[in-house]
Design a protein around this ligand. Structure first.
Ligand SMILES: [Fe+2]
Ligand SMILES: [Fe+2]
Length: 267
């Protein structure tokens, strides 16, 4: 296996981009993506394509965690190996739905930034803090909201796919919450590593995310500012993933106290 090196983009040192089929165009900022932001068929295909290719980076990240940290506790490595399998199924499920909607792989630009950032971190607690506890927990919020929006326009098939994926994501987030606590109990420096990783993620996000509201993306859509792009919090799934009440309150505060409530947005 050849070593995957590092690259510098916008002054941030990131892990080099993983191999992708030649049909895919890899981009590095939100503004270069083709997010439509409505529920048209084109927008739904792009959303599915985007989630499918994010799941591909999830496969790569979990697999790299198994391969690059051979001395990690066996039970944690087993969780990561199972996660790799789950993520591969997520890719296939979304690909199937993309084809059903007349889409194809490579139809839209893709990002591998979740990998580039996560795998630049040199320790396992930091990696699962970024990938599982932050990015996948955030994805639970986004997918929960999207599922409700999809049902409101009658696309139950895509909503069912996202809901099924979210049940696996709950476990990925939960095992990272459990393992970070467990590792920190035996070595308090683990918390420093986790804090350092999250700082690095915030620094990278500030370079690649839309900075101000109104910035126009590659298909001419004006995007909301980062504060206004924070999704409503999926409190139910976050509880299942074993975030504490205190942590959920803090996440709610950051989201302007908007939470996913079935009676609010479900049809
Ligand atoms: Fe996934
Ligand atoms: Fe996951």
């Amino acid at each position: 296996m050849s070593e995957i090196g590092y690259i510098k983009i916008a002054d941030v040192t990131l892990r080099d981009t993983p191999a992708r089929d030649s049909c895919f165009k890899v981009v590095y900022s939100d503004a270069e993506m083709h997010e439509y932001g409505d529920m048209s068929e084109l927008a739904r295909r792009e959303m599915i394509h985007r989630h499918m290719t994010n799941e591909m980076t999830s496969v790569d990240m979990a697999a790299a965690a198994v391969a690059e940290f051979p001395d990690a506790p066996w039970e944690l490595r087993l969780e990561l190996a199972r996660q790799t399998w789950d993520e591969a199924r997520h890719v296939r499920a979304l690909y199937r739905r993309l084809l059903e909607l007349g889409g194809h792989k490579g139809e839209f630009p893709i990002s591998t930034l979740e990998w580039n950032v996560t795998c630049a971190v040199d320790n396992l607690p930091g990696r699962i803090a970024i990938q599982n506890r932050t990015l996948e927990a955030g994805a639970m919020d986004i997918m929960g909201g999207l599922s409700q929006s999809l049902r409101s326009v009658g696309d139950d098939a895509t909503a069912d796919t996202l809901d099924a994926i979210n049940t696996d994501e709950v476990h990925h987030v939960r095992f990272s919450n459990r393992w970070i606590k467990r590792l920190a109990q035996s070595d308090p420096r683990v918390l420093m590593k986790v804090a350092g990783a999250i700082r690095f993620l915030q620094q990278a996000n500030s370079k690649f995310q839309i900075k101000e509201g109104g910035e126009v993306n590659a298909i001419g859509k004006a995007l909301d500012s980062p504060e206004n792009r924070i999704p409503a919090v999926n409190v139910e799934d976050r509880k299942l993933a074993e975030f504490s009440d205190e942590e959920i309150n803090e996440i709610l505060r950051q989201a302007g106290y908007r939470s996913l409530v079935a009676s609010e947005s479900a049809p």
